[in-house]
Design a protein around this ligand. Structure first.
Ligand code: SAM
Length: 233
């Protein structure tokens, strides 16, 4: 359970390490988002997971999941795929490289990056959208989720994803002070989202972080302030 002090401390240490040339193995997320996401994984305990957009953090996620959980990851960037495939080797991690050269302009049903989920058997407990073509990934997620399955979209601060997320029966979008990155959306057609995380605690932390950031970046003076927001179906 994080406080404002610990998320700032961890963020500063990570920035320093990056500056010194270390590649971080924790998720490409702010620490308040990692806190939110790990609590979600611990509570939800999915067994078959799909991630659009691979990273070095899968072993980090698996620490919080049951021992028989399998994590499938779809990646489009061949250079990045080569880097991560050796670094995150595990018999519980299944990485797929999908060539999207022919994909430009295709819609969700014919997007071979998105539809690669079918070759992995579909029917996932959990789908994380954190790569390319996110609108298409969201539009097809209901098809690839089991009954009671959960979709999570990272970078839900981006408003262009919202109409797609709101197609689900149940959805929540938690946003902070950023406009082009960060934030989460949770969505499902048949799962109650209320008890998946402690929404009150995370809202307090995200709200405080947004207020501090807007203050130190003087966004309230230049009129570019964006505040914390939790929207739900
Ligand atoms: C946004 S990252 C997130 C990965 C993972 N879900 C996480 O939280 O750590 C996913 C995408 O970013 C791209 N990416 C991330 N780091 C990269 C790097 N150092 N070089 C090239 N592409 C990178 C990859 O193509 C990948 O599909």
């Amino acid at each position: 359970m994080e406080s404002l002090g610990t998320i700032y401390k961890k963020g500063t240490v990570r920035k320093l390490k990056k500056w010194l040339g270390y590649e971080p193995s924790d998720p490409y997320m702010k620490f308040k988002e990692i806190d939110f996401f790990t609590e979600l994984l611990i509570n939800f305990k999915p067994k078959k997971c799909l991630e659009y957009g691979g990273g070095l953090s899968t072993p980090f996620f698996l620490k919080y999941l049951p021992e028989d959980t399998h994590w499938f990851s779809i990646e489009n960037n061949a250079k990045w795929f080569d880097i991560i495939k050796d670094k995150i080797k595990s018999d519980r991690i299944h990485l797929s490289l999908v060539d999207v050269a022919e994909n430009i302009g295709q819609d969700a049903e014919t997007d071979n990056y998105v539809c690669h989920a079918e070759t992995l058997g579909g029917q996932f407990d959990f789908i994380l959208v954190d790569g390319i073509n996110r609108e298409n990934c969201i539009d097809m997620a209901a098809k690839y989720l089991k009954k009671g399955g959960l979709l999570v979209v990272h970078d839900a601060n981006r408003v262009q994803y919202h109409e797609h997320i709101k197609q689900f029966k149940n959805w929540k979008i938690i946003q902070d002070f950023r406009k082009t990155a960060g934030g989460f959306a949770l969505a499902s057609n048949d799962l109650d989202l209320d008890d998946l995380v402690d929404w009150k605690r995370h809202s307090r932390l995200w709200k405080a972080d947004s207020a501090v950031s807007n203050f130190f970046k003087f966004k309230f003076i230049i009129g570019r302030k964006k505040s914390f927001k939790l929207e739900q179906s």
